[in-house]
Design a protein around this ligand. Structure first.
Ligand SMILES: *Cc1c(COP(=O)(O)O)cnc(C)c1O
Length: 418
């Protein structure tokens, strides 16, 4: 890969190489990240990127579509089988546009939508004032219970009854617990709302059967295909058969343009790979590693929001350590561990500072780290938090982090020379 670029644009090639080196030597714990298999990299760089097509298999707007039709049909078959879904649309470009295509399919300007508060785990595309969707639809938000830090289903139900939304959205970016989809589906049915689940963060865990699936309960299920699904930078939307036509029309021409056949091909490969024992074992270990990290950090006096985790991520409340999220993120970054600062529920700090960090275990688990190494990482985190501005301390932590991750190659072969 990149042999031609190396010759024609050495300056840019050097940047790719620099990023590769960064990834190799870094302990990657951003919860939305994962490492794509070489096949996904190959397919996203394949000749499929040359083909422009709009429409659906058998009904395209351009000629020369017969191979593309086979790819899209095969990918959809595999996706439906993997997730046990009645219908899927894989034309969306990412998790965000997956949501936009559902909104385009079923909502009209001024419609009411009930979703989870952004500062407690929801997503920008679920109605944040900073996102354009808030200019078109009216959003109300449900929250977590301040005591348990778990979703407050009773309050959600009361809010739905009072507000009478056209759609209820569940799914989050920084919620470490299982969501009771069945319960929310009942509420949605009662108030006559569509129920959409955004499983962007947990799609890999759902595919592997490690956590319960929203597919049987929701009218629409959207997702990114990066994150725990470990595939191309793209997205997908599932729905009940009765909404299939509506979703397809809402996606194209409703929301998007031509298909991205190269990422579609990569997703097609992943829809098969995700059914393998190897992928399932990785996903099981992701959750074990997240729980091991939560336990180890708790032992060291950190507080884990909601007391633990059922999935691939945890949110850590840093107040007991006297350090804020921004400073801890920066200190960890300087030792080669990447996490992101994150609001804790009812955070008193600004979003640019925060009292917490969000930590994800997908990428390190893919590299082969298990519980003993996760405990080593917790040790380093504790040491960083104990003196986050002490250069000597950080240098010692960096040495430990480097030595640890050097034992686990990012790829079985060097993708730059492959
Ligand atoms: C990441 C995320 C998205 C957006 O996905 P992109 O692929 O980054 O566009 C949407 N919803 C949730 C809940 C997410 O966590």
């Amino acid at each position: 890969m990149l042999k031609a670029t190396k010759i024609s644009d050495p300056e840019l090639y050097a940047l790719v190489e620099k990023e590769y080196e960064r990834q190799v030597h870094n302990i990657e714990m951003i919860a939305s990240e994962s490492t794509v298999p070489l096949e996904v990299m190959e397919l996203t760089g394949s000749v499929f990127t040359n083909k422009t097509l709009e429409g659906y298999p058998g009904a395209r707007f351009q000629a020369g579509s017969h191979v593309a039709d086979e790819v899209e049909t095969l990918a959809c078959q595999r996706a439906k089988e993997l997730f046990g879904a009645e219908h899927v649309n894989i034309q969306t470009y990412s998790g965000s546009t997956a949501n936009y295509s559902v909104f385009a399919s079923v909502l009209n300007p001024g419609d009411k939508v009930l979703s989870m508060r952004l500062d407690q785990g929801g997503h920008l595309t679920h109605g944040s004032p900073a996102n354009w969707v808030s200019k078109i639809y009216h959003f109300e938000f449900y929250a977590i219970n301040p005591e348990t830090e778990l979703l407050d289903y009773d309050a959600l139900e009361a809010k739905a009854r009072e507000y009478q939304p056209k759609m209820i959205i569940a799914g989050a970016s920084s919620y470490s617990r299982l969501i009771d989809y069945e319960r929310i589906a009942k509420v949605a049915k009662e108030v006559g709302a569509y129920f959409m689940v955004d499983m962007a963060h947990v799609a890999g865990l759902v595919a592997a059967g490690v956590i319960p699936s929203p597919i049987p309960h929701a009218d629409f299920v959207t997702s990114s295909t990066t994150k725990t699904f470990c595939s191309a930078r793209s997205g997908m939307v599932f729905c009940k058969k009765e909404y299939a036509k509506m979703l397809d029309k809402g996606t194209f021409p409703g929301a998007l343009g031509s298909i991205h056949l190269h990422t579609m091909a990569a997703k097609c490969w992943s829809f098969r790979y995700a059914a393998s024992d190897a992928f399932k074992a990785t996903m099981r270990q992701v959750v074990k590693n997240a729980q091991a990290l939560a336990a180890a950090l708790t032992e060291k006096g950190f507080r884990i929001v909601s007391g633990g985790t059922d999935n691939h991520l945890l949110v850590v409340d840093l107040r007991s350590k006297g350090i804020n999220g921004r400073d801890f993120q920066n200190a960890l970054d300087s030792v080669g561990i990447t996490v992101n600062k994150n609001m804790i529920p009812f955070d008193q700090e600004k979003p640019s500072v925060t009292s917490g960090v969000r930590i994800g275990l997908t990428a390190v688990t893919q590299r082969g780290l298990k519980e003993p190494e996760i405990r080593e990482i917790a040790d380093i985190m504790e040491q960083v938090a104990s003196a986050p501005f002490d250069e000597d301390n950080l240098a010692r932590c960096r040495e430990k982090a480097q030595a640890l991750i050097a034992r686990f190659p990012l790829y079985p072969v060097n993708p730059m020379e492959y």
